[in-house]
Design a protein around this ligand. Sequence first.
Ligand SMILES: [Zn+2]
Ligand SMILES: [Zn+2]
Length: 419
Amino acid sequence: MILDEAILAATVDDYRHLHRHPELSGQEFSTREYLRECLAGMGLEIDDCSPTGLVVRLVNGPGPIVAYRADMDGLPLTELTGLEYASVAESKEAGGTGTVGVMHACGHDLHMSIAIALIRHLDLNRESWSGTLAVIFQPAEETAAGARSMIEDDVWAKVGQPSIIFAQHAWPAPVGTVEVVPGDFMAMADSFEVSVAGRGGHSSQPETTIDPVVLAAHMIVRLQTVVSRRIAPLDAAVLTVAYIRAGAKENVIADSAIFGLNLRYFDHQVRKVVLDAINQVLEGEALASGAPAPSMRVLNSFPLLRNDIGETERLAEMFEGIVGAGNVTRGTQKLGSEDFGHFGESASAPQVYWLLGAQGESSQSQATERPGLHSPHFAPEPIGAIRAGTLLATTACLSYLDGPKANQDRTPHASSEGK
Ligand SMILES: [Zn+2]
Ligand SMILES: [Zn+2]
């Protein structure tokens, strides 16, 4: 398969525009308008979905519906790549008071660009396939809110029932490499903010107070035993207390403290044990200090991302034909998280998600030296990454769409796992 050079050049321009103009989760209004402009005049069916999402259907005769998802949001980071098309955008975070820099530091600009190129390529080659390509441009992946908001806004009524759902994510690996993981791929995650209630007072009179700093410190130390003492060593779980805030003055005992918890696991039973143990620790430590039980506010919650095993293996073999057998890695589970899993679950359709090497070799050949996702230095090599990503996405989608209309006796393969 050959990607049209004019499509590639136009899409690289679109990438630079998207990179230069990132928007935070849930604020992707201009991004959506730009996508609409890119896709105008091609006879596509385009529907808004959720406040800032978009569903684009390329209908090309009878046949299966294949869904392809691209996420849209940037991150609250000031870009430090020094690229000519670097972002200088600033924005207000939802609920925040100040202004933050905004950057596409997770490659979602690349994901959107590849989706645009996929649509352009399949539009240009309509004679070679039959069916419907439905691209889901999803906002707010970083906050785990976007997929859910699109599902609540009836995304499947706009898409139709998909036979399969694909997505890929840029990865800090060389352009031309792909990583696939059959089965469980990315962890479930839960984040909470814990509010510890104490009783404030003068630092010289601790006996009149319930010191929330001491209490929170005990909670946090004891929480370190949840994974190490409650979870079997061969079961994966992570518990991180990522921030703590309390007090402002050395001679004032604060009234309250808050800290943020981030949890990861692959197994629902492990999740239950972790959450129950956290509750026991928080309530037990509060009781030991004579304080009321703390409250917990849910910050976000990511589902398990589970790839269809048979379809992933099948795609991996096809990908080897594109980038070479040595460049397709069968990787292992990752404790990072994605809200893509909501789509497959809600549509009862198999899903495959893979990682796309996105970085040029240039001076940084060691994996440890390559700026990773969410780094202010993350700088994909757009031409190579868009070329490879579009070829992979096109191959995946065409393998599930019907062949040319004149050649429709092709036997559709069966999904390897139950729908
Ligand atoms: Zn991210
Ligand atoms: Zn991402």
